[in-house]
Ligand binder design. Sequence first.
Ligand code: FE2
Length: 362
Amino acid sequence: MSQDTFPIRKVDHVRFHVGNAKQSAYFYQHVFGFDITGFAGLETGQRDEVDYLLEQNDLKFVFTAPIRPGHPMSERIAYHGDYVQDIAFEVDDVDWAYETAVARGAGAAREPFTLEDANGTVRLASVHTYGDTLHTFVNRDHYRGHFMPGFAARNEPGDPIGLIEVDHCVGNVELGKMNVWVKWYEQVLSFTQLISFDDKDISTEYTALMSKVMSNGNQRVKFPINEPAEGKKKSQIDEYLEFFGGAGVQHVALRTTDICTVVARLRARGMQFLHVPKNYYEELPNRVGQIDEDIKELADLGILVDRDEDGYLLQIFTKPIADRPTLFYEIIERKGAKSFGKGNFKALFEAIEREQALRGTL
Ligand code: FE2
């Protein structure tokens, strides 16, 4: 094994900038089953914005909203809609990570600084990646408290449904920019390319896209990067770029070890998923061979299956979760497979195109 020249432990948290953090927190608590575990705002001495911390197993989501007119955050939220603003990494050494990333060409967003309270210190620094997205480096090895100084503990349980961690986070970038950002992750964060797809792999009658999957040294952080390719009509990536207003996070994949239960419960709570045509399941046994799950149950729930040389995976995609056709979620269960569901792309994109046609954006 070659030396990891940019050690990242894992995704620490995902931060969203939203118009109304209280209602976002309610949605993620009641639909996805997150616990609300922390809060910062007026009551804790934070005068200009609020933060809600939500957790489920190893997942930490932070919802941040401005609470005063003219707050600088408001302009970006008005432009993009609610969006993933930061994918934060836990690292051994924040100062080293920041200085190295900037020396290797990352845009500086916030120099290293320390947050402190009676429980100790947390060190943080941030760099810019594609669009308005940041990567914050976090280290809390000298902190005995929960999450970060500034957050007051909250205990509002949300009936967790078995979501474990971020499996991967997908970025959509502009036409011709995929290789620019692939190079950025290689040069700045020492990521390596796991897989690439081109428009021959991922095309339907209407949609084409290119994708490369980048991963950090310990392979716990996986970032597919998509760009649109020429198609007959507007691709889902073009649609995203138009409605988001540039490059940004397209979907976050959440890993579980019991996808059937997770999806059944999400459906019962009103989550909507992309519709999979019935004939998908007629072809499934031939395509993926023997699997543990009952195909009838998978068909009833709309769960997709794909196999690679290491095993198979089960996955499903939600419809966009806010007003714009931008951010959505994937739920994924891995049974050995390390890939991303290439065999499902065609069926999936045809499903997305049916939704696009309804929106008049195909
Ligand atoms: Fe995905």
